[in-house]
Design a protein. Sequence first.
Lengths: 320, 320
Amino acid sequence: MAVYTEIGDDELRDFVAQYDIGAVTGLKGIAEGVENTNYLLQTDRGSYILTIYEKRVDPKDLPFFLGLLDHLSTRGVPCPSTIHGRDGKALRQIAGKPAAVQTFLQGIWPKRPTAVHCGEVGAALARMHLAGRDYPNTRPNALSIDGWAVLVDATAARADHVAAGLGAEIAREFEYLSEHWPADLPVGVIHADLFPDNVFFMDDKLTGLIDFYFACTDALAYDLAICLNAWCFERSTEFNITKARRLLSAYRQVRPVGDDELAALPLLARGSALRFLLTRLYDWLNQVDGAMVKPKDPMEYLHKMRFHRRIDGPGAYGLE
Amino acid sequence: MAVYTEIGDDELRDFVAQYDIGAVTGLKGIAEGVENTNYLLQTDRGSYILTIYEKRVDPKDLPFFLGLLDHLSTRGVPCPSTIHGRDGKALRQIAGKPAAVQTFLQGIWPKRPTAVHCGEVGAALARMHLAGRDYPNTRPNALSIDGWAVLVDATAARADHVAAGLGAEIAREFEYLSEHWPADLPVGVIHADLFPDNVFFMDDKLTGLIDFYFACTDALAYDLAICLNAWCFERSTEFNITKARRLLSAYRQVRPVGDDELAALPLLARGSALRFLLTRLYDWLNQVDGAMVKPKDPMEYLHKMRFHRRIDGPGAYGLE
């Protein structure tokens, strides 16, 4: 929860004047969000989200992200679309940083996702994957094998400060996944971070997908594996097979999943668990004094990784 | 900037159902605000602020604060009014904590207040003081002399960690103010925390006063002294006499200020500076690991206190 960048009065006026969105009536920093600064920008025409991209986002990637939002939203995916300025541009600067204005989506993210939510997410993910097929731009997944290697090295020396034996377990898992990571699965644009706080609902109907700033070109089934981890475990880290069945079957009703993808799911889920274990562990070990964001518990993803390692096949996910 | 309390999905539904404000379409944590958790609550009828009162607010004081908002807003003061539930009550509980829903005010707080803003604030403060005259409830100022004594004791041992000699300077100032604090000035409801981030503007016109959670019964001129400190110094801690003149003269056009009040202003301003120096110093010395709010610099108020001690009378404020 963070507002990293404050906006001066004149600066805001000059910035908004470059758009055809009316006169500003309000600006409130939004507490949710870790990577960027988000403001709810209200004008006499409606509500918008003003995002200021902070150092964790590479400005070179912004055209990929913003272009993707427009691509998906024109194809009916319930994601924000960017507001283009009078000069036609969606990306400009405020307070010396890259910034963009997007449409505001109604809905609330679910604090306790239910099986109904999981079904909605599965279907929306599949529709996003289909809508992304003809997106012409690509972006490598910076948090796949190569990125993990960097994080394994960066956390190795102190991983055992968090839990005894953690460093060795991560090293073993990384080695195994590097050797067995599937290379021939269907690839496309994936969200890569579709956690519950990035999905809005109203009355149990999905109304929005947000926060595409990890989106990249990778195996579609890997996105599904990320969602299995993010949506189908209870707080006690127990796997909920009912939720997984709903998520997977709703996905498959929209986009048929190949046998190769299904067979790879447990491995992809281990990889997804390792990815979030590593980034959380890194943030945990590198906490900044006075930081405004509490790091998330890395151990949650260690438990998930172990779960997927123990099962004997994708049938454990309740596949029908 | 903080959201201390998360709200469950069912909990939100049950809470909102107790009001006649329509169906929820959005809920976003607001980054601004230090004491309480504030959500922007959107329904199909409009926007509201849902405030959850955290431990720094004494629940016994809430009827005073919420009643004051209704009292002032029905008298035309541009402050939030409370939304009463179907049971007639404005105060209820959510997530086990006291909570209230208030109207949403348009406008933006000024990051760099101008002399025009200072004039608007002076006039609005005076109107608030007049409107509060017949508010039947009272609340002692917990952060006047008695409260300062507690903070002087609590910070004495470590004040010099922040600046050499600070402890002795605070002790001397506290002793002087205790002996000379005026007792016979006109008293009424004061805001007691009217900093720029608690005042909204649109197009240089004041649209809202918020955050009445330090409001209390005290000398009206003390509120003016707080505003002099909060609005009339440049970032370099230089006093801006033009801003002070605008603030004071705009105030006096709405509510005549007695000679006794004017004469007391420098002393009241010293007291106000000591009050914010002490609370900031206390927070500075008692930083919590992992806190989501950065403590404010106490030294800013030391400089302000010294300024008011040096001047030879209220003429230094540009009084006309």
